[in-house]
Write a protein that binds this ligand. Structure first.
Ligand SMILES: C[S@@+](CC[C@H](N)C(=O)[O-])C[C@H]1O[C@@H](n2cnc3c(N)ncnc32)[C@H](O)[C@@H]1O
Length: 291
């Protein structure tokens, strides 16, 4: 059997369901907004929240999920006798014809908050809203700070040394491999392993469901203390409703972690010295480059 990838792999859902504060924030949104409402969940995964919405009194829940997890969701609905209220549809939201809803919600977030297609998906479903209807999240903010990640540049150096060594041993010209190891390293770091080494700068503040997109920005990120800087750490806050926020700031725990866009080489900075960084979203992914 081949291993399912992405959200077709239940392991992804293990990770998100393990995050109690995330679950509770989503449920709090539903407790406020689902009673009596026509609801659509954009990306219902295994369907738990859609069924919670029904239990909390939603009039109708359309649970949309493009992966085989839609079948798990459908079985959950049937097992709980919620078939009159929760309708599971296997599709991407963008491919469905609009129907009036009072609440369209999703949790299409990741350490890179753009990578799961939150903005286009919520733009699509925003056109479904009945008068007075709302999307959740309503707002997405992203912050950046310089990061010290001692391992990343060291690992890149080690990798290049290994490649050179193996190349020399077997008489191989390894320039192409080395060149690819020289390029931007961006990876998702686990919460707590990479600490910001300067104050955060708000990079993007976007109204979700309005067609807003992150525009390229140039930021000057200061270091609070002297030492090597490996890249930029980014984190988000997604406002679900008044006082209800999903987020992954450093040190907050949770399953997302922060996004570390590590540069190819570390840079030594003095305390108070700033690095100028260009940030953009390219093909759905955050890219950070030194100006
Ligand atoms: C992070 S999971 C959240 C699952 C569930 N909503 C929850 O919060 O427990 C996001 C889900 O959205 C689905 N998804 C991604 N893009 C989608 C799209 N364009 N339309 C509908 N579902 C989508 C994924 O397959 C995945 O199951």
């Amino acid at each position: 059997m081949t291993t399912p990838t992405g959200f077709a792999n239940p392991w992804e859902h293990v990770r998100l369901y393990s995050d109690g504060p995330r679950n509770e924030a989503m449920i709090a949104l539903l407790a406020r907004r689902a009673p009596g409402a026509r609801v659509v969940e954009v990306g219902c995964g295994a369907g738990l929240l859609a069924c919670v919405a029904a239990r909390l009194g939603a009039r109708h829940v359309l649970a949309v999920e493009p992966t085989p997890l839609a079948e798990v969701a459908a079985r959950l609905v049937a097992a709980n006798g919620l078939g009159d209220i929760v309708e599971v549809v296997r599709a991407r939201i963008e491919d469905l014809p609009p129907r009036p809803v009072d609440l369209a919600y999703s949790e299409l977030l990741n350490a890179d908050p753009f990578a799961e297609g939150l903005l286009p998906a919520m733009d699509a479903v925003a056109t479904w809203l009945a008068p007075g209807g709302r999307v959740a999240p309503t707002r997405l903010r992203v912050w950046a700070a310089l990061a010290r990640a001692p391992s990343s540049a060291r690992e890149a150096r080690l990798a290049r040394a290994q490649v050179r060594g193996i190349g020399a041993r077997y008489g191989l010209a390894v320039d192409t491999v080395e060149a690819c190891l020289e390029t931007r390293l961006a990876y998702v770091a686990a919460t707590g392993t990479e600490a910001p080494v300067g104050p955060p700068t708000l990079v993007w503040d976007l109204a979700v469901g309005t067609g807003a997109r992150p525009t390229p920005v140039r930021v000057h990120l200061p270091a609070a203390e002297p030492g090597p800087v490996a890249g930029v750490l980014l984190w988000f806050a997604a406002d679900l409703d008044e006082g209800l926020v999903l987020g992954n700031p450093p040190g907050a725990g949770g399953h997302w972690g922060q996004l570390l866009c590590a540069f190819a080489e570390e840079t030594g900075l003095r305390a108070g010295e700033a690095l100028t960084v260009d940030l953009r979203v390219d093909d759905g992914f955050v890219v950070a480059t030194r100006a």
